[in-house]
Design a protein around this ligand. Structure first.
Ligand code: FES
Length: 140
């Protein structure tokens, strides 16, 4: 059986509203010299599998989705579907994948590979290293 996508309202999908929010504590992350640092102590959204935050704005050169995978591993991907609408992505708890928030809902494996839907290319993934209580994400 294929992987199941997130159950989202049609209006959310039409307007491309992702399930993942920006962090409640906007100071939980910083970006410097091509590296994002996330303070896990200030990002409770990431405390359990399927939890996620989206980072965007400021000096960040591209939108980034940070999440805890179903296996407990922290992951980060470029938060831009490769299909024409270039909508944002969400992790799909229990399915080991991420999904575009649009109507077409393209899905990608954790390694960025295309899984389902019209998106023509894989998404970019970033290395995430956990150091003490922080995540270090190198964009370059
Ligand atoms: S923008 Fe993602 S499937 Fe169309």
């Amino acid at each position: 059986m294929g992987k199941q996508g997130l159950k989202r309202g049609f209006i959310n999908r039409i307007f491309g509203v992702p399930a993942t929010k920006t962090p409640q504590d906007s100071d939980c992350w910083s970006f410097r010299d091509g590296v994002i640092t996330v303070d896990l102590g200030r990002a409770p959204e990431l405390s359990k599998p399927g939890g996620s935050i989206r980072l965007e704005g400021g000096d960040l050169p591209e939108r980034v989705l940070v999440f805890q995978g179903d296996d407990g591993t922290y992951r980060a991907v470029k938060n831009r579907c490769t299909h024409i609408g270039h909508r944002r992505l969400d992790p799909v708890p229990g399915q080991n994948c991420v999904q575009c928030c649009s109507v077409n809902g393209s899905m990608y494996e954790y390694d960025g590979a295309n899984l389902k839907g019209p998106a023509p290319h894989p998404i970019k993934t970033y290395q995430v290293v956990k150091e003490d209580n922080a995540l270090i994400i190198k964009l370059a």
